[in-house]
Design a protein around this ligand. Structure first.
Ligand code: GLY
Length: 269
């Protein structure tokens, strides 16, 4: 989940991969997953990496009726102890939400929760956070009414929200960018431009990555200074290492095959 600051990444929720995963939506990076056992092994390596770096992970059971259910990031937006339950942008994914919402409401005892109504749509995967500055993608999954709901939540905290139009060749904002620390954005040169992000707070920077490594732009930074990244993206790795960040690489091939990136597979809460 890309909506918590680095220091807030202590607990993460994941969801097991159903046998129906081969039917997961795949239109962008992915050609469709074929090997459920390999996907499960890769998810386990991801969980192991989070746990080895100080994150307590809770796992929900898979839902066979929902091939995409492992991509929990889209289903709940947790910001500073509050929660927005978006109406997911793809109809096949709407009913994945109740067990996730139920778990988070119990885990975040007394959490203030808001939902979306009418035609508002949003996937949590369209949000990234740079310190207290938020960016949301206007995408095939997230519409203007969804963005208004998010803006209301962030206004409550006094956090700024900027809207970025997601190019047609990408699913979510997190498919093409991430904030491995509270002052670095990773972004691919041909998908996004500096103007999309606007002027950044002092001390923040965008690291521009060649398009062939767009998938590598999705990372998870952790409070101990380590950054989880997908295996096989040398420019991303070198850029992070040059800035003193230790990288932990995970084979994401069967997760990528369903258009999933690292952040898609968890919610920090
Ligand atoms: N396969 C993930 C998604 O399309 O939402």
């Amino acid at each position: 989940m890309a909506t918590v600051r680095l220091d807030q990444k202590k607990r993460a929720l994941v969801r097991s991969i159903p046998s129906s995963y081969t039917k997961a939506l795949a239109r962008y990076f992915g050609t469709g997953p074929t090997n459920v056992d390999l996907a499960r092994a890769q998810q386990q390596a991801y969980v192991d990496a989070l746990e080895a770096n100080g994150v307590a992970v809770h796992r929900l059971d898979a839902d066979e009726n929902h091939p995409d259910c492992m991509f929990v990031e889209d289903q709940a937006v947790v910001v500073d102890g509050h929660m927005l339950l978006p109406t997911p942008g793809h109809p096949s994914r709407v009913a994945e939400q109740p067990p996730i919402a139920e778990f988070l409401m119990e885990a975040l005892e007394g959490v203030q929760t808001c939902t979306m109504g009418g035609e508002a749509r949003m996937d949590g995967g369209d949000i990234i956070r740079l310190g207290d500055l938020f960016f949301v993608g206007r995408s095939s999954r997230t519409n203007d009414l969804g963005i208004v709901s998010l803006a209301s939540l962030l206004e409550f905290f006094g956090h700024e929200l900027r809207v970025i139009d997601i190019p047609e060749g990408a699913l979510h904002l997190t498919s093409i960018s991430s904030t491995p620390t509270d002052n670095i954005i990773l972004a691919p040169e041909g998908f996004l431009k500096p103007e999309d992000f606007g002027a950044l707070p002092e001390g923040c920077e965008i690291i521009w990555i060649p398009d062939e490594e767009v998938y590598g732009c999705n990372t998870i930074g952790l409070p101990n200074g380590k950054v989880l990244m997908a295996e096989g993206y040398p420019t991303v790795k070198a850029a992070l290492n040059e800035r003193g960040l230790e990288t932990v690489e995970i084979d994401m091939s069967e997760i990528r095959a369903a258009d999933g990136s690292l952040t898609c597979c968890s919610i920090f809460y």
